[in-house]
Design a protein. Structure first.
Length: 387
């Protein structure tokens, strides 16, 4: 069978080949392409030439629609291994059957009892009634939620200074909630109810499924690691951000340490606890008792009484002098004021003078009485004398 061929032109070689393939109705792998002339742009479009290619069909087998194999087939170097497992053929995704495995829900854990130290703790008399109120409040809240409660007990944690409520229920996931948000809300409501009747803030913690117990055990390991690093490096150690309940637990746990102080830093959900080495200055400073008055506060009333007594003496002396001056004529007052003027001037120049000098008091009183009479006119002076 004769092979067909065609010569096609185009702007470039690719466009010429595409035009020739369309004429023959073949694919690129079914023809042989020979470039007869390459394209050229010329000078300013003058003398431009198009690309010319010759496309010839390959030799085809008459029985099949595939090109004839010319030459000898090369033998592959791969040897057949009868023990080799056949390769798996991937099935399309839409034909693969999806197997869904259902996880069984976890069995409810029984709440563990607290430590022996908490079980044998001596309950103060003023805490017994708040413990009963907290127990009744928790039972009432969970009953309204439709949760059945069993083994509800109230304990007093003296080290943490809190009321601990432990219980079992049939729906722990509903009570705890995501990240224990529901359980914290229940604790907050119980704390408000108990503190309102007790007239003082009382911390209440409710635990089920050993949720808080597991977190506190992990926190105890972190605290031990923090103490060892602080003693080795002598640098402050910062915990990860945590809730207010966990921060309060760390503060009370390390309250008995003498050489260590704990503070909180940060805001909102990024607030964390920082453990530092206590400075000697912090130990030397003693807490100030605001109920007892200080030495300066005790001396203050005495000084005020002394000043009041001196003021009363000055008023009495001025009253006596004014009474005597009313019986004396105006000339005698003028003479006395003229004689006492130098003494008064020296008294005004001095900034501070002791209040116990008896001579200066009558001088001031006479000067005050003499000044209005000295400013009077002659007619007014005569009227005053006749009076």
């Amino acid at each position: 069978m004769a092979r067909r061929q065609v010569i096609s032109t185009g702007k470039d070689v690719a466009s010429a080949v595409i035009r020739g393939l369309n004429e023959l109705g073949r694919r690129r792998d079914q023809v042989d392409v020979t470039v007869l002339q390459k394209p050229s742009k010329g000078f300013l479009g003058i003398g431009a030439k198009k690309a010319r290619v010759q496309i010839v069909e390959k030799a085809w087998d008459s029985e099949h629609s595939t090109p004839m194999r010319t030459g000898i087939r090369k033998r592959s170097n791969i040897s057949y291994n009868p023990n080799q497992k056949p390769r798996r053929t991937r099935r399309p995704r839409h034909l693969v059957e999806k197997t869904v495995t259902l996880r069984e829900p976890k069995a409810n854990e029984t709440q563990k009892l607290p430590s022996l130290e908490i079980q044998k703790a001596i309950i103060p008399d003023n805490i017994k009634q708040p413990m009963e109120d907290a127990k009744n409040a928790l039972n009432e809240i969970l009953s309204k939620m439709g949760v059945k409660v069993s083994k509800l007990n109230a304990w007093w944690d003296e080290k943490q200074e809190r009321i601990l409520l432990t219980f079992d229920c049939d729906c722990p996931a509903l009570v705890i909630g995501r990240e224990a948000k529901t359980l914290q809300s229940i604790q907050y409501l119980i704390t408000l109810m108990v503190s309102r009747n007790f007239n003082a803030p009382v911390s209440v913690v409710a635990d089920t499924q050993n949720y808080w117990n597991k977190l506190e055990e992990k926190l105890n390991k972190d605290i031990d690691y923090a103490l060892t690093t602080i003693k080795r490096n002598k640098r402050p150690y910062r915990f990860r951000p945590m809730s207010a309940q966990m921060r309060r637990y760390i503060h009370h746990f390390l309250a008995g340490e003498k050489d260590i102080t704990t503070v909180s830093e940060g805001e909102g959900k990024w607030r964390k606890v920082v453990i530092k080495i206590a400075k000697p200055e912090d130990k030397s400073v003693q807490p100030v008792d605001d109920t007892q008055p200080t030495a300066a506060a005790q001396e203050a009333p005495k000084t005020e009484e002394i000043q009041e007594q001196k003021a009363e003496e000055q008023v009495q002396d001025s009253c006596v002098l004014t009474a005597e001056s009313t019986n004396c004529p105006a000339e005698n007052l003028a003479n006395t004021t003229a004689e006492q003027e130098p003494a008064v001037q020296t008294e005004t120049k001095s900034e501070t003078k002791s209040a116990t000098q008896p001579v200066t008091q009558p001088e001031q009183a006479l000067q005050q009485e003499a000044q209005p009479q000295a400013n009077l006119q002659p007619n007014e002076v005569k009227q005053e004398e006749t009076k």
